[in-house]
Write a protein that binds this ligand. Sequence first.
Ligand code: AHR
Length: 558
Amino acid sequence: MSVKRREFLEAALAGVAGLVASRISGFAQTARAADAHVEVLINEAIGTINPNIYGHFVEHLGGVVYDGIWVGENSRIPNTGGIRTAIVDAMKRIKAPVIRYPGGCFADSYNWRDGIGDRAKRPRRTNFWVDEPDSKAPVNSPAKVEPNWFGTNEFMRFCQLTGAKPYMAANLRSLPAQDFYEWVEYCNAPAATTTLSQMRASGPVGSREPFNVEFWGVGNESWGCGGNFTPEEYAGEFRRFLAAVPGYGVPLKFLAAGPNAGDLNWTRGFFSKMREKGEWTFDRMYGWCLHHYAWNVAGGRTNDWRAGKGDAVKFDIEQYYELLRDADKMESLIEGHWTVMGEYDPRHRTKLVVDEWGSWHRAGTEIASTHMLGQQQTLRDALVASISLDTFHRHADKVVMANVAQLVNCLHSLFLTNEDKFALTPNYHVFEMFMPHMGAQAVRSIFSAPQAKYTRNGKPAEFWGLGGSASLNGKQLTLTVTNPNASEPRATEIAVRGARIESAQARVLTAPDVHAHNTFENPRAVEPSDGQVRIGAGGALVYRFAPASVTRLLVKLT
Ligand code: AHR
């Protein structure tokens, strides 16, 4: 709902006492009923929000590629050259900027040559995920035996259809550097100049024109599935792989496999080894890739990777807050790794990329047996998304890309599919609501609200009361706010320092139950609706944030 400037003036005249209070405290008399305050400081710029923070991730894992994106050209499911049309259309609506592919752990087992040329002749290979302990996927399904129907050309077609840029993850663990150079050549060499560029043009979805892939990850989780390296060993390998990559006039941006969540030793070991060779090495490195999942809902009882997880749908209130708490660690992770990076690369030529993030629950809610790591997504997961994206905005000077894991049928997905069925998850709606932040100038915001209280492992615990981020695009301010409190609304006054508010509109994602989620039978159980925002007597916005909600306020300034 929007409020016009005239209504604001009338309200202001009616509340002189409120204006006096406003001058003294910074907030208006109308705030008497408010129990929370937000201040947006539009003159305190943080940095431009790189649209690539809204990036995606597609791995050959379970139901992501097969059943998710690729349905095949002869399918009765609406498709464009074998690619599911519903996903393409939905990704266009959110202006998907970049997609990471083909893994994940899969990337370090993958030979890109298996996925090119005549589809009928492509080899069938054991998928990296074949031994995933919780999987009930049939032994001969594409989740376990990779048929390679979807490879580089098909992925590039997917990017072209959606308008997203490709971000390729190259195999460092099990292929020599030469294969990396040749994949770059296959993708980027000018038409008909080399054997590989000719191969690109021939075969299915062939392209005479080079793909001009800019983003190249070199290894994935090289501390674990990507080779069990020490950070020092990996730094040596990374430098070697980068030593002579053919350019073809494309401004290549290389990304290195960064830490597992809070592992500062990985960052320190890698950066110190790079620095030993020379500070210039950071000029070659666009991004340092942090991975952080929200998974541990055990309330401090265990840090075990399996025992610490909970069900995606059947969770109690402690597990609700614990998941948000785990997601909220992103802030300290960004700050911690950034500080260490700066000790070796003081000019911060290398930025942070969070190329895997999202929630990771216990297996059991996947909608098909082939969907390894597939899980339902509730309103709680939408709050994980809003908390994470807002954190990236608040660190727009540090984070240049982020890739939610993963696009469809896996972990923190935006889509659920099975054969001809298709649904948007609540996460999709957060991405859609937050779009005005893309490319805008992040500005500082201050939140003050009563803490949310809950019981953690039998003891009283708290989580912050309101949080979010703000950005400016010309005269339009976008403020996104999460109220994590599962039961209490927050009557809030929102002041904008450095400008006057002319009008405002609110859009909110919430549901009566934090367990609410979208299914094929009820695909609109969680979707956004318009909210009621007004301008108070002191010129500040007055808004009531619903319990367990994500809100976007679009504010027109003068
Ligand atoms: O996203 C699922 C997996 O999580 C990725 O393959 C891997 O990089 C991470 O451990």
